[in-house]
Write a protein that binds this ligand. Structure first.
Ligand code: ADP
Ligand code: MG
Length: 443
């Protein structure tokens, strides 16, 4: 074929039965169950969850499967079947589980999993139903249908699937609600608390600068909906996007450029924006804008920033011009999110109109990621340009940037030409159909 290649989410039952077979081969014992958490796309709201902004994620059908069985010696025995990360079995001793107790010097993937067990133990301290037995440990085998480091949140999918496995196997809640009963027993509040615990794992154990968007998407998304997530209090409003998906499709274009070496740069971008927030005298940048912000409100905040920074040469040792660009990205991104939230909350628009309006918001988001957040890269810019040239309603980089995926809103008729054009940009490009799917669950 001359077209870019589609990455299918696979058939969950087949994947599960394959994983369970491999679990038996690997560990010489049966898995007690399999848990799944989805990756995510995001209509808008990149680099603003940690500013208490609004994000509009939706869960993919692609995600991460974890087969597991409990142990009684407090150890974790882990293996991933991802070809690029598989380094055989890793053992994590009980005293190596938690912040500052890294399994290896830096960044081994097992920290995402051990961090989650630590975070669940912490949660269990205040919620008895989630209390993990001190001797609890587990064998886990991991398989993902997501690109890793592709901006579709494979990290949160791994955390959230592991979280459900530990919850099911190591807590009174899991004992009272065995196997698939877990799904019905998990309330919205439970899911919110578990997402917050997964954030703690990624921030406090892995040391990544996640703000909570990804974990909320993985644990709290709804099939057929976009989750409107207000990061001030992490409240969610599921919004119907039938108005977009009737007549159009959302596609995630994985550029094949993984961003896993770029954690430092992400942290720098965040620090720039936080320096600007501090100069404005705010704890959370969202508070710089009114409840229903408009463009003029952004201008107003930028003017205030200019006034406050006028006499300064740097801002906490950072370039003032760069901090201002990060600020402008965050502010305009927040305005775009609020606009989308209100657009999708009402149904006063025709299908055609709403698709082109949403497309324009997507594309504006990309320009902001490129020029203000400065987290885009050549292939992503080319994918966006190509998509627009092939008649897409809009396209934007999603995820933290410095690699990752582009979300495209396009009519089905234009897809064949798009895939052929994308193939000419790079042979590493993969396409994922974005069908708003269910949140993390037991299989
Ligand atoms: P993204 O979340 O956008 O995919 P991240 O850099 O946040 O990218 O997370 C990628 C990291 O998460 C990987 O480098 C690895 O440490 C871990 N990870 C994700 N999925 C898996 C998996 N299936 N097996 C092992 N580790 C994984
Ligand atoms: Mg991630």
């Amino acid at each position: 074929t001359t077209d870019a290649v589609w990455l299918a989410p696979g058939e969950p039952q087949e994947i599960q039965s394959d994983l369970v077979t491999r679990f038996q081969q690997e560990y010489g014992r049966a898995a007690s169950g399999t848990w799944f958490a989805p990756g995510r796309a995001n209509l808008n709201g990149e680099h603003i969850d940690f500013h208490a902004g609004r994000c509009l994620p939706l869960a993919l059908a692609h995600g991460t499967y974890v087969a597991a069985a409990p142990r009684t010696d407090g150890q974790l025995r882990l293996r991933t079947l991802d070809p690029s990360l598989d380094d055989g079995v890793t053992m994590v001793a009980p005293d190596a589980i938690g912040p500052g107790a890294a399994v290896e010097a830096t960044g081994h993937w097992s920290q995402y999993v051990s961090g989650v067990l630590w975070a669940l133990r912490e949660l269990g301290d205040s919620q008895p139903e989630f209390q993990v037995d001190p001797d609890f440990g587990a064998d886990l085998l991991v398989l993902s249908t997501l690109p890793i480091g592709g901006g579709l949140s494979s990290s949160a999918a791994l955390e959230c699937a592991s979280m459900l496995a530990f919850l099911a196997l190591g807590t009174p809640f899991g004992q009272e609600n065995p196997l698939q009963n877990l799904n019905a027993a998990l309330t919205k509040q439970h899911r919110k608390d578990l997402a917050a615990a997964c954030v703690r794992a990624e921030v406090e154990v892995v040391g990544a600068g996640t703000g909570g968007l990804d974990q909320s998407a993985a644990l709290r998304a709804r099939p057929g909906k976009v989750l409107s997530l207000d990061c001030r209090d992490f409240s969610v409003t599921p919004l119907d996007i039938g108005c977009i998906l009737r007549g159009y499709r959302l596609i995630a274009v994985d550029t094949g450029e993984a961003h896993r070496l770029a954690d430092g740069q992400f942290g720098q971008r965040r620090a720039d924006a936080e320096a600007a927030t501090a100069l404005l005298g705010l704890d959370r940048l969202r508070d710089a804008l009114p409840e229903r912000p408009r463009k003029a409100d952004v201008t107003h905040v930028l003017e205030e920033f200019d006034r406050l920074s006028e006499q300064l040469e740097t801002l906490e040792g950072r370039s003032i011009a760069a901090c201002r660009r990060r600020l402008r990205h965050a502010l305009t991104e927040m305005v775009r999110s609020e606009k989308l939230h209100h657009l999708l909350s009402g149904d006063s628009y025709g299908v055609r109109h709403i698709a082109s309006t949403i497309g324009d918001i997507l594309t504006a988001g990309h320009m902001s990621m490129r020029d203000d957040a400065e987290v885009s890269f050549d292939v992503a810019d080319m994918v966006v340009e190509t998509a627009l040239a092939q008649g897409a309603e809009g396209a934007r980089l999603i995820g933290g940037g410095f690699g990752g995926s582009v979300l495209v809103l396009i009519s089905p008729a234009a897809i064949p030409k798009l895939t052929a054009a994308l193939e000419r940009i790079s042979r590493s490009i993969r396409l994922l159909d974005v069908a708003p799917s269910a949140a993390a669950h037991a299989l």
